[in-house]
Design a protein around this ligand. Structure first.
Ligand SMILES: [Zn+2]
Length: 136
């Protein structure tokens, strides 16, 4: 199999996350000690170091924090996708997440834009709310 650089190798811990993504669901980790969520998934809480953390479905809603249009990336499969939008979004539950914005003309992106999760090839990405079906 050719190397791919758009998702990590799964292990016993992260398999739950990637299996859910393949089924179109975004998961977060919530801490039973301090009640805060975090992302990327860790086996302990990055806020209070508790190990009482569990998977929880995310709403799939977010707002756009920042982004960059990538015009050059030679790593497969990105070289076939340029230009694409690499972004950081604020999930509705609080954590910030690195992701990709799809289904939106690049010039229409605005900080604070409302986003919804979409799943392409088992990878969670986001698109602006209201842009479905409006691209030529
Ligand atoms: Zn905690």
């Amino acid at each position: 199999m050719d190397a791919r650089y758009d998702r990590p190798e799964t292990d016993a811990f992260t398999r739950t996350y990637w299996d859910a993504a393949a089924a179109g669901r975004l998961l977060l980790r919530r801490c039973a000690s301090c009640a805060r969520t975090h992302h990327y998934p860790r086996e302990f809480c990055p806020h209070c170091w508790s190990e009482s953390v569990a998977w929880e479905p995310a709403s799939g809603r977010a707002t756009l924090y920042t982004w960059s249009v990538v015009h050059r990336n030679d790593l497969p499969p990105f070289k076939d996708r340029t230009p694409y939008v690499a972004a950081v979004v604020d999930l509705a539950e609080g954590p910030r997440m690195m992701t990709e914005i799809v289904d939106c003309p690049h010039g229409e992106l605005r900080a604070g834009a409302d986003l919804v999760a979409v799943f392409a090839d088992g990878v969670p990405k986001f698109r602006p709310v209201g842009w479905v079906g409006r691209l030529e």
